[in-house]
Ligand binder design. Structure first.
Ligand SMILES: [Zn+2]
Length: 308
């Protein structure tokens, strides 16, 4: 049965070739440093800057809430193999990093938000006395943690990420820096695009269930009004104030996000004759998402010249 012998020899060679290819690929994957991040837009950022030079581990799955997120024990175990954690300053990160460092003392933790001017959340400043010294949101008392939602802040996050990547993989320095220069240009273009897009609704009210958009509204001359305060539904008096303001500003959309129960937003929308718009500030494709959200905001807000 020479035919059969020939085909089994071929199969043998084929399997050997597959084995060699697999082991090369696996070895390549195992050789690449492992970088961990919390949020999907951070994985997008690392991939823009590093391409395939590093492996990226991600903690949050789509629809998970970073304010209440708790990693599984499997995630903690997997993260123990990482060389670097790029920290965003979210509440869950400190406890997590402590846990991982207890088993992997070599894990380097880099705060990628260093250099981003932090805004203080007005609701937080209002809800807590000045002498209260807790800082679960990040660097400082009441700091708004949603720093990844402007091109300007993303540029700073990118520079810090590249510094971490170069320290981890000095051979890639030229590649990382070239990609950073390219990304800076893209961010500057996106910023001016958003500025032009949102100019007609400047001064308008962005009514949102969760206060994710403070950096964005500050950057583009809008006002963020959040319904939820400190993770809780608003008191009746605060809600009445929001309703009055929304009617006065002729708000047409109530923005909310996937992790939150849409019902309070739907109820408010009915009361003011508006509709609910669901947007996700944690979508991985960060630039297309931010552009799409800016277009929705532009469509939802009353034009400045018609407001007078
Ligand atoms: Zn948030």
């Amino acid at each position: 049965m020479p035919g059969l012998m020939k085909s089994s020899a071929c199969l043998g060679w084929f399997l050997a070739a597959v084995w060699v290819a697999c082991s090369c690929l696996c070895a390549a994957a195992a050789d690449r440093p492992l970088v961990y991040v919390g949020l999907p837009p951070q994985r997008w950022l690392v991939q823009q800057l590093a391409s395939n030079r590093v492996q990226v581990g991600l903690l949050l799955a789509p629809g998970q809430n970073p304010h209440t997120f708790e990693p599984t024990s499997r995630q903690v175990r997997e993260m123990s193999a990482a060389q670097v954690y790029l920290m965003m300053g979210l509440p869950f990160e400190r406890a997590l990093v402590k846990k991982v460092q207890a088993v992997n003392s070599g894990l380097r933790v880099i705060d990628v938000t260093t250099g981003v001017p932090r805004r203080i959340q007005p609701a937080h400043a209002h809800a807590h006395g000045a002498d209260e010294n807790h800082d679960e949101d990040g660097c400082c008392e009441g700091a708004d943690p949603h720093v990844w939602l402007t091109p300007d802040a993303m540029t700073t996050l990118a520079s810090n990420t590249v510094a971490a990547l170069v320290a981890l993989d000095p051979a890639g320095k030229g590649e990382y820096e070239a990609r950073l220069a390219h990304l800076r240009e893209r961010m500057a273009r996106l910023d001016s695009e958003l500025r032009t897009l949102l100019a007609p609704v400047r001064g308008g009210v962005l009514l949102t269930y969760h206060a994710s958009w403070g950096y964005f509204t500050d950057a583009y001359g809008l006002q963020q009004v959040a319904i939820e305060a400190e993770g809780r539904a608003p008191a009746a008096r605060q809600l009445a104030e929001v309703i009055d303001l929304a009617k006065k500003e002729r708000v047409r959309k109530v923005f909310t996000e996937p992790p939150y129960d849409p019902r309070p937003s739907q109820t408010l929308a009915r009361q003011i004759g508006a509709e609910v718009e669901i947007v996700d500030p944690l979508t991985e494709e960060w630039d297309t998402n931010l552009r799409a959200i800016a277009e929705k905001i532009r469509a939802a807000l009353f034009p400045a010249d018609a407001r007078k």
